[in-house]
Design a protein around this ligand. Structure first.
Ligand code: 5GP
Ligand code: MG
Length: 200
């Protein structure tokens, strides 16, 4: 608290506590390590939301690997992407012949992942799989395959463990639901600001 302002006041409740996240990350890492033994693994995180998940996941992976990041943003209202996904060109590492594991924070409509899978395939990797921490299944607009999924989550706006609201809350060690009144009705006035934030 600073000057009597509670910076966590917009949180409704903790959905996934730190210990639950830690355990699930360990399980995912074990599954991934078993599948990628002897392969040429490149863990490719999607900035910015996946940075905490990637950091924990790779440290739990008992096999040789490289880590890279790409930057993707979708444009439109804050609570949904409209299918226009922009990928920053300069960041792509060399993918040809690599076994790429794309790591995302959350799949919602599916537009971002569907687009990224297409972009990846164009760059000639030997294989592509997706590891996603959270899945809002009921919001799906386009089908996407997620080979390694952390948790299915309800249709609420989530923050923490890398996920932000208008740039805030990424550093929370848990995943929490934002109070509906914290973002509802603010779509109109804040969409411009959120678009400016760019990378998700
Ligand atoms: P999609 O293209 O699947 O609709 O959107 C995926 C992206 O939307 C995610 O990578 C994430 O950046 C953002 N997103 C979707 N749901 C949430 C949420 O509940 N909280 C936050 N912070 N971002 C979300
Ligand atoms: Mg994202």
């Amino acid at each position: 608290m600073t000057d009597g302002v509670d910076w966590l006041a917009d949180l409704d409740r903790v959905l996934l506590p730190e210990s639950v996240l830690r355990q699930r990350v360990r399980e995912l890492a074990q599954a991934i390590a078993a599948d990628y033994a002897g392969k040429d693994l490149l863990v490719l995180g999607v900035l910015t939301g996946s940075f905490v998940f990637v950091a924990d996941l790779v440290r739990a992976l008992d096999l040789p690997l490289e880590v890279g990041f790409i930057s993707a943003s979708s444009y439109g209202k804050q609570s949904a992407s409209n299918g226009q996904v922009t990928v920053l060109e300069g960041l792509w590492p060399e993918l040809s012949g690599r076994d790429v594991l794309l790591v995302e924070d959350i799949v919602d409509s599916g537009h971002t992942l569907a687009h990224l899978r297409q972009e990846l395939a164009r760059r000639g990797p030997r294989s592509v799989a997706v590891c996603c921490l959270l899945d809002k299944t009921e919001r799906r607009e386009v089908p996407v395959t997620v080979e390694y999924l952390g948790f299915s989550v309800p249709n609420e706006f989530l923050v923490g463990y890398g996920l932000d609201y208008a740039g805030r809350f990424r550093h929370l060690p848990y995943v929490a639901a934002l109070k509906a009144e914290a973002y509802q009705g603010k779509d109109e006035q804040s969409s411009e600001v959120l678009d400016d934030v760019g990378a998700e």
